[in-house]
Design a protein around this ligand. Structure first.
Ligand code: NDP
Length: 241
């Protein structure tokens, strides 16, 4: 292996690690030889990772989870803010509680983790902040005013972090999946699935490994000059937007 492809083992923390996209990301980091902590409310994570029970809406639980992860794996060098929820309904039926609950997990929770991770990244002069956004953060989606606002917010956050931390060796990027086969999309009706599929140039939903591969690239040493981008993994649905 030459110097440009050699892998530096890192301390990685992934939120929403118990299933779906987060579990795939954890599994890939583990098999690449990194030290990985996976957070979720249930505390389960794929084999080889340190599973930690943590509700990211609670600042005290986030602080305790980072402390636990760092005791085992060392200061977090790669953060993947992946935990996310939906509470879909049309705007006139959407309660303020449903709007705020989605923002609290998807946007405030990501901020909370990024802020906590930034400290040691700045000190170590290396960091990768990776936020899992969504194609609907750029395109909007009926019934998802709360969710799309939270995902659009991640883009502004990553770009501001890029400007604040770029000179310290810390990058901040968003991976924006399109429709990926997980629990989150598993309860869509067949007619909805068909409607969505017809909008995807690839003609199919994506899989979690395809999202994880994009995350692995942005986390790599080789991606040190890539920051503030939105990397869409959507079968061409958004044409890069
Ligand atoms: P899943 O619903 O399959 O998994 C969500 C994960 O988030 C679970 O591990 C869940 O763990 C965790 N989680 C939820 N709330 C909290 C919380 N308050 N604190 C800590 N962990 C929490 O989702 P996906 O894998 O499908 O999605 C992962 C990310 O990708 C999300 O941000 C989603 O918005 C985004 N995305 C998904 C797409 C798709 O098509 N699937 C498309 C575009 C974006 P537990 O329940 O154990 O706490």
């Amino acid at each position: 292996m030459n110097e440009s492809t050699a892998l530096t083992p890192r301390s990685v923390l992934v939120t929403g690690a118990s299933r779906g996209i987060g579990a795939a990301i954890v599994a890939d980091f583990v098999s690449a030889g990194h030290r990985v902590a996976g957070l979720s409310t249930s505390g389960t994570a794929p084999e080889g990772a340190l599973g930690i029970a943590c509700d990211i809406t609670d600042p005290a639980q986030v602080e305790a989870a980072f402390t636990q992860a760092e005791e085992v794996n060392g200061p977090v060098e790669i953060l993947v803010a992946n935990a996310g929820i939906t509470k879909d309904t049309l705007v006139l039926r959407m309660s303020e509680e449903d709007f705020a609950a989605v923002i609290e997990v998807n946007l405030v929770g990501a901020f909370r983790c990024a802020k906590r991770a930034s400290k040691s990244m700045i000190r170590g002069r290396f960091g990768r902040l990776i936020f899992i956004g969504s194609v609907v953060g750029m395109q909007g989606s009926p019934g998802q005013v709360n969710y799309s606002a939270s995902k659009a917010g991640l883009i502004g956050m990553a770009r501001s972090l890029t400007r604040e931390l770029g000179s310290r060796g810390v990058t901040a990027n968003v991976v924006a999946p399109g429709f990926i086969e997980t629990d989150m999309t598993g309860n869509l009706g067949e007619s909805v699935v068909e409607r969505y599929r017809s909008q995807i140039p690839a003609g199919r939903f994506g899989n979690t490994a395809e999202v994880s591969a994009a995350v692995s690239y942005l986390a790599s040493d080789q991606a040190g000059y890539v920051s503030g981008v939105v990397l869409a993994v959507d079968g061409g649905m958004g044409m890069g937007n």
